[in-house]
Design a protein around this ligand. Structure first.
Ligand SMILES: *Cc1c(COP(=O)(O)O)cnc(C)c1O
Length: 342
């Protein structure tokens, strides 16, 4: 029996499933080589690769969506390509040109087309581009060789049985990123740095940690590995900070909010302002939106409650339905965000 026949699309986890192929390209002697297709899930890695030792590594996260028409769509790939270039520059790696990025993503999706889940299941094909220093270095300096790869894996809907609010734990004990550090780029090191806070939050029964700004602990920064937004009256409010990763989901929600006649504010958001929000959520490609039920501050014992009836608020749901509707092709894409995989 083929791997694919075993997949229960409606009940699959948000985890890794082997697919048929992944694609790779190497930057060596100052230029990028051709894309190579591999059926192996393993890399042949130099023991002194800078990506292993000195954290020269960054990634992207995207999804391919199957529409009712059977066609496969990707969402705003240019933004992911640009962000990977920013990430590469931020930690001195060779940037992946936009054309190479697109070619690799398209190839990885096409080679695994049968793994793009059927429309209506809520499942998608997750796309993971990865860039790392593969050249051997012992001294601390940028490597001279880089590897770019793209693998895909089908993932179930983040929320099974509907979009349910989750609770967040405020952390002042750990920082995810420094104000002049690498929080604004998608480097894996930021994730390693966030684990102490995230694991602690999970152990205490919360979905994730709410990070405050590292300098003053006065403003909201990020919500685990996702951006934060709050809804106050008719306004969509999201923090602006040099250590926040610019989320493409958040960018898109801001545009959708405007198109729905809402006001959009992107500015530093003082922690106390939580008391004024009617709704709140965390956003990113994986979950799209995780509505926030409660935020608990262990230092003051204060709880901020956003889902008193246990449900996500109406504005959050409208934003969620509009964005996922565009991604799956159920709502007309008037923004020009969709590219078909043909
Ligand atoms: C990837 C990521 C996000 C979400 O970005 P999207 O482009 O919306 O997927 C938010 N915060 C952090 C720290 C991230 O790494």
């Amino acid at each position: 029996m083929d791997n694919i026949d075993k997949i229960d699309w409606k009940n699959m986890p948000f985890g890794y499933v082997k697919t048929d192929a992944n694609v790779r390209a190497v930057f060596r002697d100052g230029k990028w080589g051709e894309i190579e297709v591999s059926s192996s899930e393993y890399l042949n890695l130099h023991i002194a690769a800078s990506g292993l030792h000195y954290g020269q590594q960054a990634f992207e996260g995207m999804k391919a969506y199957r529409g009712k028409d059977g066609k496969v769509r990707i969402f705003r790939w240019e933004e992911n390509a640009k962000r990977l270039i920013d990430s590469a520059r931020g930690i001195f790696m060779a940037p992946v040109p936009e054309e190479l990025f697109l070619e690799a993503v398209m190839k990885a999706v096409k080679l695994n087309e049968k793994y793009v889940p059927p429309h209506g299941t809520g499942a998608t094909l997750y796309i993971r581009p990865l860039l790392y220093g593969s050249g051997a270095e012992v001294g601390v300096k940028p490597a001279s060789e880089y590897t770019f790869l793209v693998f895909v894996t089908p993932v179930g809907p983040y929320f099974k049985g509907g979009v349910n609010p989750v609770d967040m734990l405020v952390t002042r004990e750990f920082d995810r990123a420094a104000p002049l550090g690498t929080g604004h780029i998608k480097a894996g090191g930021n994730y390693a740095a966030s684990l102490r806070a995230i694991v602690k939050a999970r152990e205490e029964g919360y979905a994730n940690a709410l990070f405050l700004d590292a300098r003053e602990k006065k403003y909201i920064d990020e919500c685990g590995p996702a951006n934060f937004f709050g809804i106050k009256g008719n306004s969509y409010i999201t923090p602006k900070s040099p250590s926040i990763l610019p989320s493409i989901t958040n960018m898109s929600l801001m545009d959708i909010a405007k198109s729905l006649g809402m006001e959009v504010e992107r500015r530093p958001v003082p922690f106390e302002e939580l008391a004024e929000f009617d709704e709140a959520g965390a956003c990113g490609t994986a979950a799209v939106i995780s509505p926030i039920g409660k935020v608990f501050d262990p230092d003051t014992g204060k709880t901020f409650d956003f889902a008193k009836d246990g449900k996500a608020g109406p504005k959050t749901m409208k934003l969620y339905e509009t964005l996922t509707g565009i991604q799956f092709g159920d709502i007309e894409d008037t923004f020009g965000w969709i590219t078909f995989v043909e």
